[in-house]
Design a binder for this molecule. Structure first.
Ligand code: NAD
Length: 461
């Protein structure tokens, strides 16, 4: 099929490359000239495992192209995916200006002949958006076309894998023709039997928000349970094992930490709250989810100031991890944005490392870098020398089994605040660390007052 994907960000680029991989002719269009120039030069503007070879191969074999000429791309395509951003507006609602701008372009570029166009919103958009897209196109053309909702569930860091082998594909359609063409388009991705779920458009639009809001709810729920565990000396990891083995609950998305971030959960929960209010439905449950998350992003800094005092002037902290999760360079709404900034505002100097998000950090923290409050280090151990403590903010694989002797030797004092519960508290204390994690009390007392473990008979001293 001839396909145009409009918006060449995390979703559009992955979708375009994967659709080309199954033999379609795909034009990826974006108004960001610098991005398109880089893509045409064979450079991938984002870090996403497995994406580079896919783009290279399909570019080389002529199935994939990149252009800033959105009109030409959509005019030539039978299937048009809208994959532009839907950032939060001032009132928390999803801002549809990019989506509707593309719809207008599609309407204006509608050719007089050729197959009936199928226009698909892949961006995450509130219920009712397909109607707005249809109206915007209709203003410019009398030709017949189809509008569908096909929300995207890929996860950054595993996006290619998720697109190529989705758990399910959700498609909201209102015509047999669109249903048949999309069934054909997605057939290569669901060969192992995972379903393509056809439904009405409104249900498809709501499904995406419901999925993200449910996942965000699980995270805030576990962070609340983590606070209880800390208060009473229990271990949230044990509680997670205890409830995750219940098949009605399942083990995924039950990790306590420093709050959810990224380009989707925060804005999608906000947008769903807005939609619920608009429709007269009480959003209390999601307001609670947001409140817990906002508090959770501050928890690690609270632990730091409990330990070192509110005035952190003259203190230096090493930070491992800035991306909102591992295997991505995305820092949108990452907990690190709150934590690093608060440490610096309290007077501290921060030395930070992230395997992939360095260039994003330069953008998000330009002021702190220019003022010298923040330094980015090329290797994780470079952050340590003389630092008062290490904070772990992203659970990147290379941080999981570090050289603890090197950490202890580098730090001015062996204090670790682990926002991702990477390490075993008892083991950390045995190694001489003052170790604070999330929901695994007691964070205190520090090792000097932890009672000595009774000697095990016959054990070597
Ligand atoms: P992004 O910001 O990475 O990319 C959006 C792209 O759209 C940018 O390159 C921008 O230049 C381009 N654009 C904006 N207006 C345009 C226009 N008028 N014409 C052409 N291009 C235009 O965004 P993203 O992360 O890829 O997300 C896109 C959508 O998909 C959002 O609605 C998001 O909520 C949703 N989504 C994202 C993810 C994710 O993990 N990032 C997952 C599922 C769904």
């Amino acid at each position: 099929m001839k396909i145009a994907v409009v918006g060449t960000g995390y979703v559009g680029l992955v979708a375009g490359a994967c659709l080309a991989e199954t033999g379609n002719q795909v034009a990826c269009a974006d108004i960001d000239r610098a991005k398109i120039d880089r893509l045409n030069a064979g450079e991938i503007p984002i870090y996403e495992p497995g994406l580079e070879p896919l783009v290279e191969r399909n570019l080389r074999e002529g199935r994939l192209s990149f252009t800033t000429d959105v009109s030409a791309a959509v005019a030539a395509a039978e299937v048009v995916f809208i994959a532009v951003g839907t950032p939060p507006g001032e009132d928390g609602s999803a801002d549809l200006k990019h989506v509707l701008a593309v719809a207008e372009t599609i309407g204006r570029s509608m050719p007089d002949d050729g197959p009936e166009k199928i226009v698909i919103t892949k961006s995450t958009v509130p219920v009712g958006t397909a109607n707005k897209v249809r109206d915007a196109i209709r203003r410019h053309t009398a030709r017949r076309f189809h509008v569908c909702s096909n929300p995207e569930f890929l996860k950054e860091g595993a996006a290619v894998q998720d697109f190529m082998k989705p758990d399910r594909v959700v498609v909201g359609v209102d015509s047999e023709h669109a249903r048949d063409r999309l069934a054909e388009l997605y057939a290569p991705f669901v060969r192992t039997g995972n379903p393509v779920l056809f439904m009405d458009i409104a249900s498809a639009e709501i499904t995406k928000y419901a999925a993200n809001a449910m996942l965000a709810t699980r995270i805030s729920f576990m962070n609340t349970i983590a606070a209880l565990c800390e208060a009473v000396g229990a271990d949230v990891g044990e509680v997670r094992r205890g409830i995750g083995s219940d098949e009605r609950i399942g083990p995924a998305f039950l990790f306590a930490g420093i709050g959810y971030g990224g380009s989707c959960f925060p804005k999608d929960v906000k947008a769903l709250v807005h939609t619920l209010c608009e429709c007269g439905v009480d959003p209390a449950i999601l307001e609670g989810v947001e409140k817990v998350n906002a508090q959770q992003k501050g928890v690690l800094v609270e632990r730091v100031t409990e330990r070192f005092g509110a005035d952190l002037s003259g203190r230096t902290f090493a930070v491992w991890g800035l991306a909102f999760k591992p295997e991505t360079d995305d820092m949108r709404e990452a907990p690190s944005l709150t934590i690093v900034r608060r440490l610096c505002e309290a007077g501290a100097t921060v030395r930070a490392h992230d395997p992939e998000a360095g260039h994003e950090a330069e953008r998000h923290f330009a002021d702190l870098l220019a003022g010298g409050a923040l330094e980015l280090c090329p290797r994780n151990y470079d952050c340590l020398p003389g630092a008062d403590a290490l904070l772990v903010l992203t659970e990147w694989a290379p941080y999981r089994v570090p050289d603890f002797d090197r950490i202890r030797a580098g730090l001015a004092q062996p204090v670790v605040f682990d926002g991702r519960n990477l390490w075993d508290p008892a083991r950390m204390r045995e190694m001489g660390f003052e170790y604070v994690s999330v929901g695994r009390a007691p964070a205190y007392p520090p090792p000097s007052v932890v009672p000595a473990r009774p000697a095990v008979a016959g054990a070597a001293s």
